[in-house]
Design a binder for this molecule. Structure first.
Ligand code: NAD
Length: 315
């Protein structure tokens, strides 16, 4: 049986599949050529780049399994594929820790002006060291501050655990009732339960010093015009969930007015062409959708995907 890993697969995953007797092609077939070429395979794995929509699914009846390395399946017509008997699998938990760490990269960047300092040091570092030192004097500690987590699923909880480890207070909002504490696994096998508080969304918006978003894409932004008005002055925001969860135009206004002190974005309404006003904004810390892009997460994704494909193809 032949598997096309159209957006790549970690070598560990490839080896597991090959050891199980499958042929794995890691060549990337461009989107417009898939309609003529995908039907030569029994299964396909994708990340977020390749789109598997209804016409392509119809054109490739030989495809028995679709594997998505990662969480979000918005690039696949999942229900349609399943209605045609195609098995669709993903690896939802494998990248949670990596995404949560990226949230803290953005938060620490924001509170210690790393973006600005990294750009100014090469130009002004030798001639204006003192001036820059003064410009970045008013950093903020995360310890003791409140982190509001919107969406308390896999990534939201990982993010919350890291915040608790730093000494932040965590409040969260989720559609479903969640825990009143989280267990931190510390080094030396030590486990500690630390309280977290579930609140309604307006309360989270009013109380949080920093907010991190971890919900799927919804039909309207979680933070739009009305919600920005509720936020604490000088709040720091991070969106590493899906573009559109924060209204980007309203975010730009809130950054310009000082309502929002800084924001970190890993995801954008328009990917791969985010709006220029975001790309050049001095109060934004930006990454090109790399939440899951660590060696460790990719290994876990590859391994899990390989096992899921083997189980599905051998059914
Ligand atoms: P998850 O399903 O484990 O958690 C999502 C949580 O959001 C659930 O607890 C759910 O109850 C809650 N939720 C759903 N709709 C809600 C709403 N309207 N209001 C409040 N809560 C709501 O998902 P996850 O694995 O934690 O992923 C979270 C997000 O991160 C997803 O959007 C996913 O696509 C994204 N993600 C991004 C990257 C990246 O590279 N930046 C990587 C992986 C996942």
């Amino acid at each position: 049986m032949k598997i096309l890993a159209n957006d790549g697969i970690d070598p560990i995953g490839k080896k597991i599949l090959e050891d199980a007797g499958f042929t794995v092609d890691t060549v990337h077939i461009p989107q417009d050529e898939l309609v003529n070429k995908l039907n030569a395979y029994d299964a396909v794995t994708v990340r977020s780049a390749t789109k598997l929509r209804q016409p392509l699914i119809d054109a490739c009846p030989n495809i028995k399994v679709i594997g998505r390395g990662g969480v979000g399946m918005d690039n696949i017509d999942v229900d349609y594929a399943r209605s045609k008997g195609v098995i669709v699998v993903n690896t939802p938990a494998a990248s949670s820790h990596s995404v949560a760490e990226l949230v803290f990269a953005h938060l620490l960047n924001g509170v210690r002006f790393l973006y600005d300092a990294n750009r100014k040091m090469p130009v002004e570092g030798a001639v204006n060291f003192g001036g820059l030192k003064k410009a970045y004097a008013a950093g903020t500690e995360l310890m003791g501050k409140k982190l509001g987590v919107v969406g308390f699923g896999r990534i939201g909880r990982e993010t919350a655990k890291m915040a608790l480890g730093i000494g932040m207070d965590v409040l969260y909002y989720d559609l479903f009732e969640g825990p009143t504490s989280l267990q931190l696994d510390l080094s030396g096998g030590l486990k500690v339960d630390v309280p977290v508080r579930q609140v309604e969304l307006p309360e989270l918006f009013r109380e949080s010093d920093f907010i991190s978003l971890h919900v799927p894409f919804l039909d309207k932004p979680v933070i739009g015009k009305e919600e920005f008005a509720l936020l604490k002055d000088g709040v720091g925001l991070v969106n590493a969930s899906r573009g559109g969860v924060i209204d980007e135009l309203e975010l730009l206004k809130a950054l310009d007015s000082g309502k929002v002190a800084f924001a970190g974005l890993d995801v954008f309404e328009d990917e791969p062409t985010p709006r220029t006003a975001l790309l050049i904004h001095p109060k934004l810390s930006l990454t090109p959708h790399i939440g899951a892009a660590t060696n460790e997460a990719q290994e876990r994704i590859g391994e899990e995907l390989a096992q899921l494909l083997i189980a599905s193809l051998k059914k």
